[in-house]
Design a protein around this ligand. Structure first.
Ligand SMILES: *[C@@H]1O[C@H](CO)[C@@H](O)[C@H](O)[C@H]1NC(C)=O
Ligand SMILES: *[C@@H]1O[C@H](CO)[C@@H](O)[C@H](O)[C@H]1NC(C)=O
Ligand SMILES: [Cu+2]
Length: 242
């Protein structure tokens, strides 16, 4: 039986917040299971989750600016663990995620878990100036929340326009009751976003200026062009990270 599924996550425009709250230094630093090895997931099947659930899944995110060339043009990229897009987070519905974020960017940051309900853990939603103070440079902050939903999501910085500079990654929540669970051989994940050669310190003032009529998009990569190939018995998860 052949079929195709496109789980397309709608683009939600997240505002740019530049909150100036006082730094909060956590009382204790937790030692978490490191999960910082690069996981190749573009055009590789999604690694299968074998752990029994519900469980707590620990991740370690070090934010840093790293020179990368995602389209052949080298520029500083705002990364998680030196990777763009950021490392894959995979879990099952009902699991708890504990993600220790260490900010080594040289500037403040937060991570927002896009689409996650955060019921009863609103303070881990990662929106600076609304649900938390920005994580200052050199400081860590541990997010800790449960997943009572399933689907194809992503995470991104919610501070200034850092996610346009690369601070994004996929977040997949599986469901043991997924009706397509036994119908596909593999699942593939593709993230789609605009990409610029100029940092947002240049782009953002242009975007916010009166009379803005659109950026010069001659540098935008069209990753969608890569998605136009034959598939069968695969589930493709598309995440629009813009
Ligand atoms: C995460 O939150 C749960 C529930 O409040 C708590 O029991 C656990 O200790 C927390 N873990 C960390 C590492 O903060
Ligand atoms: C847009 O960028 C390209 C490449 O740098 C340049 O050749 C072109 O003149 C720019 N167009 C405008 C309207 O600025
Ligand atoms: Cu978002």
């Amino acid at each position: 039986m052949k079929f195709k599924i496109f789980s397309i996550i709608g683009v939600v425009l997240c505002g740019f917040y530049a909150a100036t709250a006082s730094p909060i230094v956590p009382k204790e630093f937790y030692e978490l299971e490191p999960r910082d090895e690069p996981v190749p997931y573009i055009f590789d099947p999604l690694p299968k989750l074998t752990d029994s659930s519900p469980t707590t899944r620990y991740y370690y995110f070090e934010l840093s600016k790293t020179n990368l060339s995602p389209d052949g043009f080298e520029r500083p990229v705002w990364t998680v663990n030196g990777q763009y897009p950021g490392p894959l987070i995979q879990a099952n519905k009902g699991d708890r995620l504990v993600i220790k974020v260490i900010n080594s960017l040289g500037e403040a940051a937060t991570i927002h878990w896009h689409g996650i309900f955060q019921r009863k853990t609103n303070w881990y939603d990662g929106v600076p100036g609304q649900t938390q103070c920005p994580i200052p440079d050199g400081i860590s902050f541990t997010y800790n929340f449960t997943l009572d939903q399933s689907g194809t999501y992503w995470y991104h910085s919610h501070f200034l326009a850092q996610y346009v500079d690369g601070l994004v990654g996929p977040l997949i929540v599986h469901d043991s009751k997924d009706p397509y669970f036994n119908y596909c051989d593999e699942e593939y994940l593709i993230t789609i976003s605009d990409w610029y050669h100029e940092p947002t310190s240049v782009l953002l003032p242009l975007r916010m200026a009166p009379g803005y009529t659109g950026l010069n998009v001659s540098h935008v990569i069209r990753l969608c062009d890569l998605c136009n190939f034959a598939i069968s018995n695969y589930i493709f998860l598309y995440i629009a990270c813009s």
